[in-house]
Design a binder for this molecule. Structure first.
Ligand SMILES: NC(=O)c1ccc[n+]([C@@H]2O[C@H](COP(=O)([O-])OP(=O)(O)OC[C@H]3O[C@@H](n4cnc5c(N)ncnc54)[C@H](O)[C@@H]3O)[C@@H](O)[C@H]2O)c1
Length: 260
């Protein structure tokens, strides 16, 4: 767990966060606000999103990130309220149980995950880029995952494919808009200690052990550790970090044999 940040790298900046009501999004809302940003908390879950915005003194906008009109309205509201959009963290995503091995996953489950995890990132980038181009600056962080860079025998086929798409799209956008002062990076978190994961692994220790054996540091990430990476990518400290596959995975993707 990181301590309360002492740096104030985002004073006067405006950050939009999708999926800000829970997990990584919520931890990031707290971190970016602590660094001085105005935070716009977007979520489909009104109660959780409102609570997040209230806690960080920001603005809540209810938005389903799969809906083009709601996504447009989100960025319009953010810009109308604060006058700029300097950081956009496209983080909302799902990982439903009916997305499993390719042998079992049906087309409906496949499509739903693609919509929420990949199409949403396309829609958010498309909607925010015009604001950032007018400003001549901006930092976009799209949430992919470590499964975008390595295969798992415990498959969630549409999730993995969607995150691969987020990674490739982020790279391409980072290259295309680099000379306009806009950086686009793909954040690739390793497994994070969310309430859902804790509950699942408490019920099934073997399932947890099967995954933990691959993590060199021997534990999952805390959401605050992922939020710290987003704050870095959002800030000018990352001014030369662009089109990157930004792994925050405790060394999983670099590991062959892990310590006992
Ligand atoms: N938790 C992990 O281990 C892990 C690892 C790698 C990547 N990720 C990715 O990080 C992101 C956040 O994950 P998390 O674990 O914090 O998830 P979470 O479930 O705790 O939070 C996701 C938030 O997104 C919101 N959301 C879902 N669908 C939405 C929609 N259509 N429109 C708007 N908001 C919507 C939810 O209401 C929720 O508040 C996801 O993209 C996930 O794939 C998570």
């Amino acid at each position: 767990m990181t301590e309360t940040p002492v740096c104030r790298r985002l004073v006067g900046r405006t950050a939009v966060i999708t999926g800000a009501g829970s997990g990584i999004g919520l931890a990031t809302a707290r971190r970016l606000a602590a660094e001085g940003a105005h935070v716009v908390c977007a979520d489909i879950d009104e109660k959780a999103g409102k609570a997040a915005a209230e806690e960080v003194g920001g603005l809540f906008v209810r938005a389903d990130v799969t809906d083009p009109e709601q996504v447009e309205a989100l960025f319009r509201t953010a810009h109308d309220t604060y006058g700029s959009i300097d950081v956009s963290f496209h983080n909302a995503g799902i990982s439903p149980p009916d997305d499993d091995s390719i042998l079992e996953t049906g087309l409906e489950a496949w499509k739903r995950v693609q919509e929420v995890n990949l199409t949403s990132v396309y829609l958010c980038c498309k909607a925010v880029l015009p604001y950032m181009r007018r400003q001549g600056r901006g930092s976009i962080v799209n949430t992919a995952s470590f499964v975008a860079v390595m295969g798992a025998a415990t498959s969630q086929i549409s999730y993995t494919a969607s995150k691969g798409g987020v990674l490739a799209m982020s790279r391409e956008l980072g290259v295309q808009f680099a000379r306009e002062g806009i950086r686009v990076n793909a954040l690739c978190p390793g497994p994070v200690n969310t309430p859902l994961l804790k509950e699942l692994f408490a019920k099934d220790p073997e399932r947890a052990a099967r995954r933990l054996v691959h993590v060199p540091v021997g534990r999952f990430a805390e959401p605050e550790e992922i939020a710290a990476a987003v704050a870095f990518l959002a800030s000018d400290d990352a001014s030369f970090v662009n089109a990157a596959e930004f792994l925050v995975d405790g060394g999983i993707a670099g590991a062959y044999v892990t310590p006992l």
